[in-house]
Write a protein that binds this ligand. Structure first.
Ligand code: NAG
Ligand code: NAG
Ligand code: NAG
Length: 285
């Protein structure tokens, strides 16, 4: 009885502060901006941590994990190169967000997210643990996104870690990293090219529909642009449970990380990807 009363008062006094991680209130002691590592399943795993400028240890930040595709590494996501850092999300986040790019293992065909016996999910759990302990994060505001194999890994996270992650954004993904669980609702953004010959759009629709169902959205057939139209169409499903939206963007390109309406592949400056994913993630508070 007394514990209940105390908890009630604390909730009123601190409100959302209860969602802050134990790492709030002191400076990081084990993690640092740049490459960090930990051991999972007997294997050394690496990830790049990108902190906001003037990191403030009493501010519970959003956390976004960004996963690379097959044959790539964490550098593809974390560094400015073919794409802007974190698919362009870092620039839009305006220092409101901590970003992490995990590094995939080589499973034989190349680096990626085979998630053998769940070891990549275990890696994500370990990252959540390490960041909880050492950084100030809002536990209600963890997100995952990734391209291709990294989209498959983001889907796997939605399936298995629905308690830890508020929303995911699957960029040209498919069922590639398994789906342990997969029965809970999770806010879900996905985009896919109608001319994708690597992971055909059917494979993106199929995994999307897991969350159309779990989130209780009204099933339908979202409009998709014709090949050659140079367009993209964003559909926001209706009827979804509170806080569990599903957005689907079909675009007139192939297997492209950051497409634009130009129809000519990756387009760092004119892509709609960063704006749409950021609009999806930043609606959660
Ligand atoms: C992590 O990195 C540090 C410093 O580079 C290194 O000394 C350590 O052996 C690494 N640990 C693992 C588990 O890879
Ligand atoms: C740090 O974050 C807290 C909580 O958001 C805020 O109240 C405080 O003003 C911030 N400090 C600085 C120096 O910005
Ligand atoms: C995370 O931390 C909890 C509590 O300390 C621990 O029981 C669990 O094994 C940890 N998991 C990982 C994957 O590190």
């Amino acid at each position: 009885m007394r514990i209940t009363t105390l908890f009630f008062h604390v909730s009123i006094l601190f409100g959302t502060a209860l969602a802050a991680t134990p790492g709030c209130g002191s400076d990081p002691s084990t993690l640092h901006a740049g490459v960090n590592n930990l051991t999972v399943n007997g294997k050394s795993r690496r990830y790049t941590l990108t902190l906001p400028t003037n990191y403030n240890n009493t501010n519970p930040y959003r956390l976004v994990l960004g996963f690379h595709g097959l044959f790539e590494t964490m550098d593809y996501v974390a560094k400015d190169g073919e794409i802007k850092p974190y698919f362009g999300l870092q620039a839009l986040a305006d220092d409101s967000t901590i970003f992490i790019a995990p590094d995939g293992l080589n499973s034989g065909i190349g680096t990626g997210w085979a998630n053998e016996n769940g070891e990549d999910i275990e890696f994500v759990r370990a990252i959540v643990n390490a960041t909880n302990t050492d950084l100030c994060i809002n536990e209600n505001l963890r997100f995952a996104t990734g391209f291709s194999y990294g989209g498959g890994m983001s889907y796997s996270i939605a399936c298995t870690l629905s308690q830890e992650f508020r929303a995911v954004a699957v960029l040209s993904g498919a069922l590639l990293s398994g789906c342990e669980g997969g029965t809970d609702p999770v806010a879900y953004y996905a985009q896919h090219g109608v001319r994708d010959t690597v992971l055909p759009i059917e494979s993106g629709r199929e995994i999307r529909d897991t969350f159309v169902k779990n989130n209780g959205c009204t099933v339908g057939s979202p409009a998709e642009p014709a090949a050659g139209s140079g367009q993209h169409i964003l559909t926001k499903y209706t009827g979804c449970k509170d806080d569990k939206p599903v957005w689907w963007t079909a675009f007139d390109e192939g297997h492209t990380t950051i497409p634009s309406n130009s129809g000519s592949g990756t387009d760092k400056e004119n892509t709609f990807t960063d704006d749409q994913v950021w609009a999806f993630f930043s609606q959660f508070t």
